[in-house]
Ligand binder design. Sequence first.
Ligand SMILES: [Zn+2]
Length: 117
Amino acid sequence: MTSDPRVSFKQVFPQIEDIKVEVEQIGPPTYSPTRKEWNTRCWPEQLVKCHNRVCPKGFLNLWEIIGRMVDQRQTERQDETMCPGYEGSPKLRRVYGKCLNMFTYKIRIKYRQDFGS
Ligand SMILES: [Zn+2]
């Protein structure tokens, strides 16, 4: 999966006509929960940054999940995954431990009828 910021969602996933994505981040009580949504007016961003302020490098790779769904022509997926990041100093020179933030996501895709069937 490319991380080139010049590549747009529509270029990577031309077969998607409509999409709705909801991502919620639910960590320990010290991380306040956040919820974000994307759709065709605001295409999903590739990497959803972890909202835990002491987890500088954690993220959810949304495009990778969507890519797997597209490969299998899946239209709906709901799942949760732990943040792969670590808590530590801003550049992670010191690491305190695994980030305990949890991403839960719900994705709905409508595919274009005229595309590659
Ligand atoms: Zn994190």
